[in-house]
Design a protein around this ligand. Structure first.
Ligand SMILES: Cc1ncc(COP(=O)(O)O)c(C=O)c1O
Length: 373
């Protein structure tokens, strides 16, 4: 089986993060910590955002949570409730919509399209706003599309949100995984326009290959952070003390590892895109960030063959022995998500299997010989 389903890095956690964790254990740093995380970690996170984006956060404006997932969950619980509408975008990471529902609010999804690179169109977001809208959640770079929102587009959304008193929540989980030199100072765009209504969530998971350690954060106005703290305090309390030390080690130590992983992901993205695009029925937008390809495979579907992308994923699993995630999981039938967080060797093998399957299956519309390049 070749697994292209992984939503996590295949790299090991950097040595200096692991060393900090070992030291924490040896020093018996194994007790409860402050609910919001140790001050050293909150200070390190604020320093990182100051260096990366030029935005100012005090440690009390930061809460450390069990991954970006709990960060977003705390935020949804703190800000949304019955009768509220919360606007987000699709194709998207399903947890965002489910958390809005867990808060008893109503998700409203704005569709983005492969034709324009899954751009989050500010006009579409604004037209989804109603008097009931309480917030807008934007994930950039996005899972599963890898699309990044343009600063100018976010600025339009922020101006409108500010004039209506809405919250804007930015899920920056993949913020360190952007391949091209595109401007992506989203925290600054929001801070300049609506500092009292900006909430940032982030994570150690993807940038530092630390998915299992469970460390994310929320940054925002103190009122939001203390509400998140109240929720977290009665749900889980602090993030594991050892994880917190590992995160401090990762943030304050050498950052070369982040760039090395990014370079490797870029080569994989380019290589796998090239392999897949050898078949013109696989239509691919080159993703600007994250580590997924999200091709439109609707040309492989037909009413009398494989009808849906979910069925295609199932056929690839059972017949070609490749695991991919169907677009249905991201509210986007007709697409497949292919994670390239695996070795080039496995990528070659899995891609070969996919291409061979779609070239030979009698349930897939075949190209006439002349159109095959
Ligand atoms: C878009 C997005 N946001 C947030 C997360 C949260 O990750 P974690 O809880 O590991 O930090 C994920 C994980 O896959 C994700 O894809």
């Amino acid at each position: 089986m070749v697994d292209f389903g992984a939503g996590e890095p295949d790299f090991a956690t950097p040595e200096h993060a692991k060393a900090a964790a070992r030291e924490a254990i040896d020093a018996n740093f194994t007790k409860y910590t402050p609910n919001a995380g140790v001050e050293e970690l909150r200070t390190a996170l604020a320093a990182r955002y100051r260096a990366d984006y030029g935005v100012e956060y005090e440690p009390q404006q930061v809460i450390v949570s069990a991954g970006g997932k709990q960060a977003l969950y705390n935020t949804a619980m703190a800000l949304f409730g019955p009768g509220d509408e919360v606007v987000t975008h699709a194709p998207g990471w399903p947890t965002i919509v489910e958390q809005i529902k867990l808060a008893d609010a109503t998700p409203v999804t704005v569709r983005t399209h492969a034709e324009d690179g899954f751009r989050i169109d500010p006009a579409a977001v604004i037209s989804a706003l109603t008097p009931r809208t309480r917030g807008i959640i934007i994930n950039s770079p996005g899972n599963p599309t890898g699309a990044v929102i343009a600063e100018s587009d976010l600025a339009i959304i922020a101006d409108e949100a500010a004039s209506r008193g809405l919250w804007v929540i930015l899920d920056l989980c993949y913020e360190r995984l952007i391949y091209e030199d595109v401007p992506h100072n989203l925290p600054r765009v929001l801070q300049e326009r609506m500092p009292d209504r900006t909430v940032l969530t982030g994570s150690m998971s993807k940038a530092y290959a630390m998915t299992g350690w469970r460390c994310g954060w929320v940054m925002g106005p103190t009122s939001v952070i203390s509400a998140c703290g109240a929720i977290q305090s009665h749900a889980t309390s602090n993030v594991c003390s050892i994880t917190q030390r590992a995160a401090i080690g990762a943030l304050n130590g050498p950052q070369g590892c982040v760039g090395e992983m990014l370079d490797e992901y870029r080569s994989r993205r380019d290589q796998v895109s090239e392999w897949l695009q050898a078949d013109p029925r696989i239509r691919l937008v080159t993703p600007a960030g994250a580590f997924y390809l999200f091709p439109d495979i609707s040309d492989l579907l037909s009413v009398d063959g494989i009808v849906t992308s979910a069925e295609l994923a199932q056929a690839l699993l059972t017949e070609a022995h490749v695991a991919v995630t169907p677009g249905e999981a991201f509210d986007a039938p007709g697409f497949l998500r292919i994670s390239y967080a695996t070795s080039m060797e496995r990528l070659r093998e899995g891609t070969n299997r996919i291409l061979e399957f779609i070239r030979t299956s009698d349930r897939i519309p075949q190209l006439d010989a002349q159109s095959v390049s």
